[in-house]
Design a protein around this ligand. Structure first.
Ligand code: PBG
Length: 338
């Protein structure tokens, strides 16, 4: 640093020569010197379609977020397009009686997620990037992300076979991008090969690279009517580990991931930064259900300024290195950014 930083040297008495505050004086000045900017096209809206309902159901732990009917899902997708949102990530919520040990409705061409994909593609065409969650937990009666072995543990390789089947029906139903989120070893390579063999070379993979076993998924369990008892600690990452995320990253890239994701966002901004520094593919951050709930709950009590807090969390993810952000506020934030 030059002498200007020395306050008290250079003939200015005790007053500073260099004043960072000069660049903060007006909104126009702050806007001009902003290092990072959010854009609607970088936001991705996660959305839920629930089977067998005639009215949308608000998720009580996520005020403002709904389990959609087919009609309201199409409407939400159209609104996202109008707001300039970049993509939509779709989750299917089957009727309770349809869940079974292998999650068969996940691979049924007429299963709820495939219905959602066809509906949304019919609504938006190619104007929105249509993505689907590639995981079994919404469809299994035990609520785990894979199939279980005889001792009740998630069987990695048997699960890969199920993911390969799911990937093909989702691609068939019109997904542009699949998001393998089950944290099974080898899932990206296995799914890539299945897609390619079925002629779906153009369907891209957004790998959930660093997905932590997080308490912040709590409200999501209500959103998908999860049947899970127990936890996912034997396949999702331990919050204590950052370096391990780099190992998962190397594997996903070697296996052919087109884009990678860090999830959740707020408690893992350091991991996001490490990943973003290490790759030459687009990086996404998933601002999860609990992050949404936390801000909404505090705002409802008047403890936090809702809109500022929302934009600050999104900006934080961007600053930490996210090219894209999955957020339940996508449409609202996109409208504000326009
Ligand atoms: C797995 C999946 C989960 C989320 C997205 N995909 C749940 C989990 O891994 O337990 C959570 C998203 C959120 O909390 O917003 N299908």
């Amino acid at each position: 640093y030059g002498s200007g930083y020395g306050g008290g040297r250079g003939g200015y008495g005790d007053f500073p020569v260099v004043r960072p505050r000069r660049l903060r004086t007006t909104p126009a000045m702050r806007r001009m010197v902003a290092e990072h900017r959010l854009h609607p096209a970088d936001l991705i809206l996660p959305a839920f379609l629930r089977e067998g309902i005639t009215e949308p159901v608000e998720i009580s732990s996520m005020p403002g977020v709904y389990q959609h009917t087919r009609e309201t899902l199409r409407k939400a997708a159209a609104e996202a397009v109008a707001a300039g949102v970049g993509g939509i990530m779709i989750f299917g919520v089957p009727e309770e009686g349809k869940k079974d040990a292998t999650g068969s409705c996940g691979t049924d061409p007429d299963g709820i997620l495939q219905v959602a994909l066809r509906d949304v593609r019919a609504e938006v065409g190619d104007d929105l990037v249509v993505m689907s969650d590639l995981c079994l937990d919404e469809f299994t009666d035990h609520g785990h992300c894979g199939v279980l072995d005889e001792r009740g543990r998630v069987d990695n390789d048997a699960t890969l076979e199920r993911y390969a089947e799911m990937a093909c029906v989702q691609a068939e139903a019109g997904a542009h991008v699949l998001g393998p989120s089950g944290m099974m070893d080898g899932q990206v390579a296995f799914v890539r090969r299945a897609l390619d063999e079925a002629g779906h070379q153009d369907v891209a993979l957004l790998a959930y690279t660093a997905k932590y076993a997080s308490a912040f998924y709590g409200p999501f369990r209500e959103a998908v009517d999860s049947s899970l008892t127990g936890d996912r600690k034997a396949y999702q990452q331990d919050p204590a580990n950052g370096r391990e995320a780099m190992r998962e990253l190397a594997l996903d890239l070697a296996e052919g991931a087109d884009m990678v994701m860090v999830k959740p966002a707020l408690p893992y901004l350091d991991v996001l930064r490490r990943v973003a520094d290490a790759v030459d593919v687009p990086v996404a951050a998933y601002q999860v259900s609990g992050e949404y709930a936390m801000v909404e709950a505090a705002a409802q009590r008047g403890w936090i300024e809702r809109e500022r807090a929302i934009m600050e969390t999104l900006t934080g993810a961007r600053r930490a290195g996210a090219d894209m952000i999955l957020t339940y506020w996508a449409t609202e934030a996109a409208r504000r950014l326009r």
